[in-house]
Design a protein. Structure first.
Length: 255
């Protein structure tokens, strides 16, 4: 396992992550905790969140703050962020990570299913950022990191809602970066490629699909959740203090 960078500016920084119990989110919870940050997160997967917290404690790291929240319920989402801020003494970093990339047929998509897709993939990032900005202003600044996807650039079939929402996050990043730059709030987007999480392994990452992916990338290796987490660390740290309104692709050279 390689040795990765330590960011002194992240020690004690208050970090909140949506969808932090599994996959990329769990990797970020662990990565920020290892940097000495005060970490809070939310998810629907309570058992996975508790297992992650136990694992971090056993490794000598602080147990993260956690609440079970459905992010499509804006009031509950904003309340969780506010309560974490109250418990930790502020908010420095928000990572809008939660998403649902379930495939769907465009012609079979109903109004209700379309709106549900937007709610979990786009709307919650807006409402979480809305609450985070208030807390960051009070603390003199902060960083918001939105997780989009290279699918926003490539536009694959069988997931039009997901693609549209992830493209919307690119616009949201630009709007918030411009609006809240004077408050010293930086806003950037990470666009991962095919990150190998357990969900991807269970549902879509077959041997044939992975072989096809490897033919399309420059780096013939799997993208692991820790790779995305390491980029989030940099964008949250003072090392990137003059970087905002940008999008960062991490896909092994696919795009």
């Amino acid at each position: 396992m390689p040795d990765f960078t330590t960011y002194p500016s992240l020690r004690g920084r208050k970090v909140f992550i949506t969808g932090g119990a599994t996959g990329i989110g769990a990797a970020m919870v662990e990565a920020f905790a290892a940097q000495g940050a005060v970490v809070g997160h939310l998810d629907l997967a309570t058992e996975a969140a508790e297992a992650l917290a136990d694992q971090l404690e056993q490794a000598g790291l602080a147990r993260p703050w956690f609440r079970r929240v459905d992010v499509t319920e804006a009031a509950a989402l904003k309340a969780a962020i506010a309560d974490f801020g109250a418990a930790s003494g502020g908010l420095d970093v928000l990572v809008n990570n939660v998403a649902n990339d379930t495939r769907h047929d465009p012609l079979a998509t109903t109004e209700a299913s379309w709106r549900a897709c937007m709610a979990v993939n786009l709307d919650c990032a807006f409402f979480a950022s809305q609450r985070a900005v208030e807390l960051m202003r009070a603390g003199g600044g902060g960083a918001i990191i939105n997780f989009s996807s290279i699918n926003a650039l490539l536009g694959p079939s069988e997931m039009p809602g997901y693609v549209a929402a992830k493209a919307g996050l690119l616009g949201l990043t630009k709007a918030f970066a411009r609006q809240y730059g004077p408050d010293r709030i930086r806003v950037n987007t990470i666009l991962p490629g095919w990150v190998v999480t357990q969900r991807q392994l269970d549902l879509w990452l077959t041997e044939e699909a992975e072989s096809a992916w490897m033919e399309q990338v420059c780096l013939k290796q799997r993208i692991e959740p820790v790779d995305a987490a390491n980029l989030a660390l940099f964008l949250a740290a003072d090392d990137s203090r003059m970087i905002t309104n940008q999008q960062f692709v991490i896909d092994g050279g696919r795009v």
